[in-house]
Design a binder for this molecule. Sequence first.
Ligand code: HH2
Length: 277
Amino acid sequence: MARWGEWDLEGRVLVVGVVNVTPDSFSDGGRFFDPDAAAAHALRLAKEGADLVDIGGESSRPGAEPVPAEEELRRVLPVIERLRGRLGVPMSVDTTKAAVAEAALQAGAQIVNDISALRADPGMARVVAGHGALVVLMHMQGTPRTMQLAPHYQDVVREVRSFLAERIEAAAAVGIDRDLVAVDPGIGFGKTVEHNLDLLRRLDELGELGRPILVGPSRKSFLGAVLGLPVAERLEATLAACAVAVARGADMVRVHDVAPVRRAVDLAVRLRARRGT
Ligand code: HH2
């Protein structure tokens, strides 16, 4: 497994640049709510070295209320349309809704990042399979509205791994080629600080799934909890978390601060023991 779609992941880590077209995202809500501002931000992230950009129109921060599909489409489609043919790197759409994924793929996105791992919308798997799109399947306990109320696991890493294994099978059962699937432990999604730290400490245990691993620690609250820092001051912690994740086998990192993360992970990947050694 050294490939994801067109990407060769041998000795290489993909940097996924975050574009939040939302008024309420936890770290940059409102900054890129305007489609021109969002498109300009995506172009900047590509220039800074992002391998792909992930465009989302619904915040999934703890406590967030769901956004109707029509509103999500009003947010993300104009951005995708502005970037089509201009961005120079692929676009993914961060959505749990089949209608949003369908329209985004038709408009030029090539990847679906579904934080519900195809569970939130029964039509989602068919859309992904129909387009032959790349897909990210993420673990989450509960829903964004409820997930941080009382996260509970016997062994968070084993439970996340078996959940992701089950979701890979569910995707394959509806005709999604396994080679197109990447997996994500869902840092911050129904996890305590200690659960998040455990997932990063033992990330290598997800390697058994045989699929590329994406992690999204960027600016998240567990970093703030460990260091006692507000969201605007979590860059160094994000860099450290990304570097350790890469050392433990991450193939992709989803981040807001592309330029510094690019440098950190390009070094980290050179320092990584080769797979199987
Ligand atoms: N984290 C967020 C959103 N989408 N997708 C994947 N695959 N993995 C993640 O860790 C992940 C994700 C949350 O970050 P952000 O998009 O910046 O915040 P918000 O959900 O508030 O818009």
